[in-house]
Each structure stands twice: as structure tokens, then as C-alpha cells.
Write a protein that binds this ligand. Structure first.
Ligand code: SF4
Ligand code: SF4
Length: 417
């Protein structure tokens, strides 16, 4: 198999096809700390794309409670076990060799799902059973160290930075991976990655329902339609990305799950990609800033090797070993950046869910100091800066301040909307 460069692993890896990249890439950052598991994203997707016959069990967007929840059940534990069996004790990282955009998390010394493949196969994976697709939100709100008696939690209480009793919500969509396992697995070459935006699609006319994409995808995001006998998956709401939404003609806007998010946890956009698959330096693009400058957002299970394009700000109260396994060795740096955000990071975090239009660049205008305190013994100050977001054509699409304005209802409207 050819060698390709995977910057999330800081090294080359084997993949079925030679290196070739889209010019732009669909990407997003999800802030786990803010999610309230309202499932508005899930329903926005469901009501748009998967309400037909054969799609009853399909949740292209789902939100699961970790550590026990998952759809299909235990999808990540099962793939981690397959990798461990293929390379016992060897799934490790080294921080030596950390290098800017090309190896921001150091170098992964273990095996990916492509490298752990048995002889004669392109990947290691598994096909979930029907039972595992049964309940999309099993173990909702179930923590570890669950109280044995009602009202009893861990005796030392729950204080930051790491709780003894914990769970968190993980928001999941197809990652529109740079090296999609679904695409590599398809014997019909029915899966393709679009050169203009990196969105991964299944050609329904070519698909014969072999389900090898379902078996190969470590995130289990392709789903088989037993009625049409072909596989389906998240299409990244591509008509909206292309500017074909009737309400916003000609303007790229965010996918439905992003635009509907009540908790303001999601920011989606398009990033420019270099010939080696790394992101072109774009200092004032909000996604580039969050991933490569602030380094507060991390890929989900980068060790799987598909170079996923959805990034997560990890939850700050969860035990670090669990998070390091899930998001790689950048976790400690990311949480430190989030807990005491720089002036610029705090401003960029205000952009989440302020507009449906994709933001391609931001500018910050300094404001006055409004608050000061100490965090972990160090002085920290908050400034009421103004952040302005611009669309692809350089037009202003949003303007917000760090301090949210307070609106007081006039007396005669106290009880109305
Ligand atoms: S998440 Fe799975 S279905 Fe989506 S592009 Fe990656 S490998 Fe394919
Ligand atoms: S809409 Fe937003 S806050 Fe609600 S579950 Fe989805 S990601 Fe979480």
C-alpha cells in the first residue's frame, strides 16, 4: 500500500490510495464543555435527511453519554480492542518530534486501523450486530462510580480539575476524514471525497450494499438501508455548503446540526488544505486558530489513522488518562488553554453559533478590562473586546462582544415575548 502523510500522527502511514487532497476541507470544532445533550442537533439532522423507510435506525448525528454510551453500542471500545490485539502494549505516542503544523501532537508509534490490517486486507474493523444499533442513547446520563444509594456520591466530593464521579456528552457526526476508511474499503469504488470541500459521499447508484464501509469506518458512521439495500451516511448538508439553501442563495452556510445547536457548542467552516494534507496557515481563520494556534481543539481518536476533521475541546472535569486515549497527547495543553483562555481565545469562543454563515476570517477590536481574578495562582483578566467575523467574500457577517449585552424588558412587556 502507498505511504501518505498524516499530520495528526506526525508521520507517514499506509493507505489504500496514493496521497491526493481536496483544495478545501469541511471541518468543525465542538466544545464538549458546553453541550447540554438536548439532542436538537440530532433531530435537526433526522428531520432533514433520515425520515424515510429503511432509515428508522439511522442517526447521522448522535449525542452519547460517555463513558458507557455509544451508537452503535461500544463502537470505540471495540475498535480500540482490535488495535490492541494487533499491537499489544504498542499503541503509544512520543512527544519528541513535535513540530508545528506537521506534528502538533508529537509522533504516534502504534498502529492505525490500516496498519493493523490482517494480511490481504486494507483495514481492521467489525460489523456491528443488529442489537448494537438498537438504542441510540443507551446509558444516557450514566456516570462512572454511580451512587450505590440515592443521593450518595464520592465521599471527597466533586471538585475541579478532575471529578471522581463523571460522565460527559460526545457529539458525533461523520468526520469527513482526510483518509476515509469507508472509501478505502469499498470494493465498488462507490465512495468518493469531493475535491472542492473534502466532503465524503456514497454514490447510491454504484453501491451494492456489501457493507464493507460499515465494517471499516472506526466511527461507525456509514449505515446500511435494509429497504433500498445500499449504504448511506452524513452528507454534510452539502447543498448548504454550496450556497444552494433558498434562504441564503450563493452563501456557504453551516450544516443543519451546527446551525440548530442550542448550547452554542459548534463552529463549522471550510479550511484550505496543502498538497501534503496539512492545513494552509491562515492565522485569522477561527478553525485554524482553535486547532493550530490556541491548540484547544483536538481530533477524536487520531490513532485510528483516518485524520478526522471534527475537533473537540475536551471536557475539563474528566480524568486525563481517559481523555488522552480519546483525543491523544494534546489533552493537557488543550484543557490548560481552555481553563485560563487567552484574550484572543476568549473572543474567538464568542463566535460559536452567532451566525449560520460560515466565517472565514475574524478581527478583534480591543475593549476595556471588565474583570480580573487568579486562575491556578496566576493573574487572569477579562476584556470586553469586540470580535467581527467575515464571510468568504470578506463581508462582515457577525459582530459580538465578549460581555453579552443585557436587555431589560420594558415594564408593559414583562410577561410577553
Ligand atoms: S467518519 Fe467514517 S464514514 Fe465518515 S469519512 Fe471517516 S471513515 Fe468515512
Ligand atoms: S444541539 Fe448542541 S447542545 Fe444540544 S445536544 Fe446537540 S451539540 Fe449538544
Amino acid at each position: 500500500m502507498p505511504d501518505v502523510y498524516n499530520w495528526q500522527l506526525g508521520r507517514k502511514m499506509t493507505y489504500r490510495f496514493p496521497e491526493r487532497h481536496s483544495r478545501w476541507q469541511f471541518a468543525a470544532v465542538f466544545n464538549i464543555n458546553r453541550c447540554i445533550a438536548c439532542q436538537t442537533c440530532t433531530m435537526a439532522c433526522k428531520s432533514t435527511w433520515t425520515h424515510a423507510r429503511g432509515q428508522e435506525y439511522m442517526w447521522w448525528n448522535n449525542v452519547e453519554s460517555k463513558p458507557y454510551g455509544g451508537y452503535p453500542h461500544f463502537w470505540d471500545v471495540k475498535t480500540l480492542e482490535l488495535l490492541e490485539q494487533a499491537n499489544p502494549g504498542g499503541q503509544t505516542w512520543t512527544l519528541a518530534g513535535r513540530d508545528g503544523r506537521r506534528a502538533p501532537y508529537g509522533v504516534y508509534g502504534g498502529k492505525t486501523i490500516f496498519e493493523a490490517a490482517p494480511r490481504g486486507q486494507d483495514y481492521v474493523g467489525y460489523l456491528p450486530t443488529d442489537d448494537e444499533w438498537r438504542a441510540p442513547n443507551l446509558y444516557e446520563d450514566t456516570s462512572t462510580a454511580y451512587p450505590t444509594r440515592p443521593g450518595r456520591y464520592h465521599p471527597t466530593g466533586e471538585t475541579l480539575p478532575q471529578h471522581r464521579t463523571w460522565f460527559f456528552y460526545l457529539q458525533r457526526i461523520c468526520n469527513h476524514c482526510t483518509y476515509p476508511a469507508c472509501l478505502a474499503a469499498c470494493p465498488r469504488n462507490a465512495i468518493y471525497k469531493r475535491p472542492e470541500d473534502g466532503i465524503v459521499l456514497i454514490d447510491q447508484r454504484r453501491c451494492r450494499g456489501y457493507r464493507q464501509c460499515v465494517e471499516a469506518c472506526p466511527y461507525k458512521k456509514p449505515m446500511f438501508n435494509a429497504f433500498t439495500r445500499v449504504a448511506e451516511k452524513c452528507i454534510a448538508c452539502y447543498p448548504r455548503i454550496e450556497g444552494r439553501d433558498p434562504l441564503h442563495p450563493g452563501v456557504p452556510i453551516e450544516a443543519r446540526c451546527m446551525a440548530a445547536c442550542v448550547g452554542k457548542i459548534r463552529l463549522q467552516g471550510l479550511v484550505r488544505v496543502d498538497a501534503d494534507g496539512t492545513w494552509v496557515e491562515d492565522r485569522y481563520h477561527p478553525l485554524y486558530f482553535l486547532v493550530h494556534v490556541a491548540r484547544v481543539a483536538l481530533p477524536l481518536y487520531p490513532q485510528f489513522g483516518t485524520q478526522p476533521n471534527v475537533y473537540y475541546i475536551p471536557p475539563r472535569w474528566v480524568p486525563r488518562p481517559y481523555l488522552r486515549q480519546m483525543f491523544g497527547p494534546g489533552v493537557d495543553e488543550a484543557i490548560a488553554a481552555y481553563v485560563a483562555p487567552s484574550r484572543e481565545l476568549l473572543a474567538v469562543l464568542q463566535l460559536f453559533r452567532t451566525t449560520k454563515r460560515m466565517i472565514f476570517r475574524y478581527r478583534i477590536t480591543p475593549g476595556r478590562k471588565v474583570f480580573e481574578t487568579t486562575i491556578d495562582g496566576k493573574p487572569w483578566a477579562m476584556y470586553n473586546d469586540t470580535i467581527v467575523g467575515f464571510d468568504r467574500a470578506g463581508r462582515e457577517v457577525v459582530r459580538v462582544t465578549v460581555e453579552e449585552p443585557v436587555f431589560v424588558r420594558p415594564r408593559q412587556h414583562l410577561n410577553t415575548i
